[in-house]
Design a protein around this ligand. Sequence first.
Ligand SMILES: NC(=O)c1ccc[n+]([C@@H]2O[C@H](COP(=O)([O-])OP(=O)(O)OC[C@H]3O[C@@H](n4cnc5c(N)ncnc54)[C@H](O)[C@@H]3O)[C@@H](O)[C@H]2O)c1
Ligand SMILES: O=c1ccn([C@@H]2O[C@H](COP(=O)(O)OP(=O)(O)O[C@H]3O[C@H](CO)[C@@H](O)[C@H](O)[C@H]3O)[C@@H](O)[C@H]2O)c(=O)[nH]1
Length: 327
Amino acid sequence: MDRVVVTGGAGYIGSHVCKALAERGLQPVAVDDLRTGRRDAVRWGPLEQVSVLDMAAFTAVLERHRPLAVLHLAGLIMAGESVERPLDYYADNVGGMISVLQAMTAADIRILVFSSTASIYGVPQTCPVAEDAPLAPINPYGASKAMCERIIADCAARTGLQSIALRYFNACGADKDGGIGEMHRPETHLVPLAIRAALDPGFVLDVLGTDYDTPDGTGIRDYVHVSDIAAAHVLAFDHLRAGGLGQPLNLGTGTGFSVREIVAEVERQTGCRVKVREKPRRPGDTPVLVADSTLARQVLGWKAGHSTLAAMVGSACVWHRAAGWAD
Ligand SMILES: NC(=O)c1ccc[n+]([C@@H]2O[C@H](COP(=O)([O-])OP(=O)(O)OC[C@H]3O[C@@H](n4cnc5c(N)ncnc54)[C@H](O)[C@@H]3O)[C@@H](O)[C@H]2O)c1
Ligand SMILES: O=c1ccn([C@@H]2O[C@H](COP(=O)(O)OP(=O)(O)O[C@H]3O[C@H](CO)[C@@H](O)[C@H](O)[C@H]3O)[C@@H](O)[C@H]2O)c(=O)[nH]1
């Protein structure tokens, strides 16, 4: 069976990517050091418990499995935390990227799909934001991902590397079969926290900023179903394997929802009040981020088919009712 290495394969999005690869008839090999990932999320292929920072060990994994491609999702992910711990973010995200590219070069693996982010746009001048907008990250997390994209482009210009950077907007929701879903440790993301604040009597959601220049004063994001993001990885892999041109692609729906709109949807779906308290803005947060994903549709034929608000919040509610929350 043809193999594909998924770094961060024990994480939230990586585990959904592994499932999508398996459904496409490919064997995913998860490479994850389990610093935040979960062993029980690795269900569709082997787990190699290795840090991508360990170039020699990661090269050995590539030599052993001879994958057709590397899908690089491993990294640190919290924009707010990156403001507090910038060096950790540059070390894991930029250091990890360099190590992955060195290992791929050593093992002669030429196809790369990279997890980039909407955070690289910072505070975009226009929304929905397209891929040709200036990259102007306002936190170390976004800056680390912009650096990775630059490093990939520099390598691709000099070698046979074929790559696509997928700039995801806000991943949420859970797999339809219920076995995997969002369980970050610690959890800082809005959708799981809002669901918890509805279902767990002892938990309150902090609304982080109520004075943004938005209709209800709270931050607006483009939420996209994790299964749609996973599907985009398979499409990107197929596209590159067929010799298609690599380029950065936004993954979003083109519609933004405010924090209060997410809270209202959680209340509608659970039938419970979401307990909230209003707090100041979180450092490093952008007021509004919404994607123009026309290019992903044109290049990959990608559609965010599962990403209605009801489907995203609904699948997340089903997951958390069964799995609870990480503490
Ligand atoms: N969650 C989102 O909304 C979102 C949006 C845009 C981009 N992204 C990107 O998607 C990727 C996956 O995010 P996620 O939400 O699944 O996060 P996650 O924390 O669930 O997954 C990241 C995984 O990477 C692993 N990891 C981290 N550093 C590693 C290292 N050096 N070596 C090996 N494994 C390592 C962790 O153990 C974890 O399993 C990240 O690169 C993130 O920046 C996420
Ligand atoms: O307890 C919370 C958590 C979040 N928010 C707000 O909810 C929105 C979404 O926040 P969150 O779910 O933390 O996601 P982002 O900070 O937008 O970042 C996510 O989305 C980015 C892409 O847009 C990814 O790159 C990041 O990895 C991922 O963490 C923002 O307006 C936050 O201010 C709250 O009000 N209270």
